[in-house]
Each structure stands twice: as C-alpha cells, then as structure tokens.
Ligand binder design. Structure first.
Ligand code: GRF
Length: 215
C-alpha cells in the first residue's frame, strides 16, 4: 500500500512509520512526505530514508483551496493510496476530507473522545484522569471525532507535568501508528455504521490498571 504522510514539524511519528515500512515484510511503504512548514524537522527523516519530501508552504497560497490543490497534486503524482497525518497542523477543508474519505488517518494524543483539540496532556492533568494515551482514527470533517482504529493507554503518574506525560504518550504513539497502518494495509480494518472494525488476533485479556488493582 502506497502511503503519503503530511507533517508540520518534528516528525517523530513520521519516523516511526518510515522505520516500520523499512522492514522487508511490512505491507506498506511511504512514497511521499509533504510538509506545510519549510524547515520542518521531519523532512530530514524523509530525506535520510531516501523518500521524496516536499514543502508545500500554505503561506504561499491565496487560500486553503489552492494550498490543498497543490498538496493533492503531489499526493496523486506519487500514487498515494492512504494518507497519514502525523502532526499536521492545518485544518483540512470538507472537500479535501471527502476526497480522502476512508483513506486518511490521523494520530491524536489522547484517548478519544476525551480531550479533542490542542494541549491534550494539560487537559488530561486538569481532568485528573489516571489513564491517558493516544488514538489512531479515520479523518472526518469534524476535528478529532472520526472512527477510532486503535488506541494505546499509559498511566498518569504522580508528579507528571504536561511534558513528562507527553513523552510517555509519544512512546506509545510510535508503536500504535505503525501497528494501525499494518492492520489497514493487511485489509483488517473495515468501516461499518461510522465505526472502524478491526479483525485479527484480538481478545479481552488486555486490562490496564492505574493504580494496580491486586496489591
Ligand atoms: C504528536 O503528539 C501527534 O499525536 C500529534 O502531534 C504530535 C506530532 O509529533 N498529532 P511528531 O511531529 O510526530 O513528533
């Protein structure tokens, strides 16, 4: 499966996807990376992996439609079948989202539907939740509410601040995103009644307690 990745910055999730795709038996490959910000750190990861990386600077376009048309041209030239957003910080228009409906996924740093939007780690600390995490979901017109494909949970620990919590979640992101990409590329993810369905070796034995429940 040919994958395109849109980034705006650091690109650590992009790197996790590139690393996963580099394995011989991985069923997807990144064919192009687009950043809307010149100098985004993630562009270097793409170049180091020998992947075509382009900057499409949103500031160089008169409006969102013209910017998105330029991004679309890059993606279509590369034959992208699945689009992964990885720290991409531009809101996408309904038209762009419809074009990629069911073929565009995002990673969000919270256990959706909790804490959509920005500053998710501060939101989690303010709410006092004991489990936090990340979600990979299909992108729909409404921000951060599309069908959830997979989630990873981490504990919120005493003394955490947004930075320590973000670092713990980020480690989980780097495992979850490639895992979800693999499932999609293997045809194990469906969409029924607005929900993502995952088939595979899933069972109900996985439970995470914080604090531990058994002494
Ligand atoms: C990640 O926390 C991701 O969940 C969010 O933006 C951040 C991007 O980080 N959407 P990076 O650029 O992948 O390092």
């Amino acid at each position: 499966m040919k994958v395109g990745v849109l980034i705006s910055g650091r690109g650590s999730n992009l790197k996790s996807l590139l690393d996963a795709c580099a394995a011989a038996n991985f069923p997807a490959k990144v064919v192009t990376v687009v950043s809307n910000r010149p100098g985004a750190g993630g562009l270097d990861f793409a170049k180091a992996a020998g992947i075509a990386a382009e900057t499409v600077d949103h500031k160089a376009f008169a409006d969102r439609g013209a910017f998105e048309a330029a991004v679309t041209a890059v993606l279509e030239d590369a034959g992208v079948e699945l689009l992964c957003l990885a720290g991409f910080m531009r809101v996408l228009s309904p038209g762009f989202v419809r074009r990629w409906q069911g073929r565009m996924i995002n990673i969000h740093p919270s256990l959706l539907p909790q804490f959509p939007g920005l500053d998710t780690h501060a939101q989690a600390l303010a709410a006092g939740v004991k489990l936090h995490g990340c979600s990979v979901h299909y992108v729909t017109e409404e921000l951060d509410v599309g069908p959830i494909i997979g989630q990873a949970a981490v504990p919120v620990l005493p003394g955490d601040d947004p930075a320590t919590l973000a670092a713990r979640v980020l480690k989980a992101e780097h495992r979850l995103y490639p895992a979800c990409l693999r499932l999609i590329a293997e045809g194990k993810v469906g969409l029924t009644d607005g929900k993502a369905t995952v088939s595979g070796p899933l069972d109900d034995s996985l439970q995470i307690f914080n604090p531990p429940a058994d002494g």
